[in-house]
Design a protein around this ligand. Structure first.
Ligand SMILES: Nc1nc2c(ncn2[C@@H]2O[C@H](COP(=O)(O)OP(=O)(O)O)[C@@H](O)[C@H]2O)c(=O)[nH]1
Ligand SMILES: [Mg+2]
Length: 261
């Protein structure tokens, strides 16, 4: 396991499998050029023994991410690993929508989102499942107990923290970390949101789905997580993604004022 993950562990003491009722659960992981992270990620999830299924949505990564996943699938006839391959880099938002539709079609009760780069610690997943017994949507929060971000340059941290404040102010949503991508949905939440109506393509997807769930009065709980910057591979954050998010919060506010959300 990654040394940093070992060193920091998790903020909450994760429950054992016996403490949570079994529910069919899938972790949806969008990937673009994450080949170097797949081995570590799947090794950790496999070792957790929580009966988790994993669905990768890969956008034809040129670095061979999909081939690596297929290698894992074929190696031990792994029936807990699934892969959807898309034709090209179509964006994070549509990757999740594709994954969520697949998950609903296949009868999953709990649907998690997680990044592939180990910034999200898979060992935190049981905490999400426990919280999802009493909440409809569980958000991993970097800003619930101080600032739990490791190894990000100050500029990136300020961008993320600023985006949280900005989103909270404009939407009125009482969420400390609305842009985070480590979440657990009960299937009822995704069924209630019209996934074909999702407007965001980039990271504002996170804000949009949480906002829509909040407007529909679903119970949302934030649990603290530690976010550790990736040690391998490159971030896909771009100016276009930031611009989309800046405009999207206004759009969401407007749509809710006119009763469209
Ligand atoms: N399928 C797909 N995955 C993406 C895309 N953009 C980002 N990702 C994945 O989304 C997750 C978060 O992206 P990352 O670059 O780590 O974002 P950062 O942590 O905010 O810098 C990673 O697993 C990426 O591989 C995309 O366009 N398509
Ligand atoms: Mg990342």
């Amino acid at each position: 396991m990654n040394n940093k993950l070992n060193l920091l562990g998790t903020l909450l003491n994760p429950p054992s499998r016996k403490e949570i009722p079994y529910r069919k659960t899938v972790v949806v992981i969008p990937t673009y050029n994450e080949v170097e992270n797949i081995d570590r990620l799947l090794t950790i999830i496999q070792s957790m023994d929580f009966g988790l299924h994993v669905l990768f949505v890969d956008d034809n990564s040129p670095d061979g991410t999909a081939e690596k996943i297929i290698e894992w699938k074929n190696r031990g006839n792994e029936d807990w690993i699934y892969l959807i391959q898309r034709s090209g880099k179509l964006g994070l938002g549509t990757a999740y929508v594709t994954g969520f539709k697949w998950a609903l079609k296949h009868g999953y009760e709990r649907i998690l989102e997680m990044d592939a780069d180990l910034s999200h610690n898979p060992c935190d997943i049981p905490n999400f499942l426990k919280a999802a017994e009493t909440a409809d949507l569980v958000l991993g929060s970097r800003y619930k107990q101080g600032v739990n971000v490791v190894n990000w340059p100050l500029t990136r941290l300020l961008l993320s923290y600023g985006a949280s404040l900005y989103t909270r102010t404009i939407t009125g949503m009482p969420i400390k970390d609305p842009t985070g991508g480590f979440k657990c949905f009960r299937k009822e939440v995704l069924e209630a949101l019209n996934l074909d109506e999702v407007k965001s393509n980039g990271y504002s997807f996170q804000i949009e789905l949480t906002f829509k769930a909040w407007r529909k009065k679903f119970k949302i709980e934030e649990i603290p997580i530690i976010f550790i910057d990736r040690t391998v591979g490159k971030s896909k954050m771009s100016k276009a993604i930031v611009k989309e998010a800046i405009l999207m919060v206004w759009r969401l506010r407007w749509l809710s004022i006119i009763g469209k959300i």
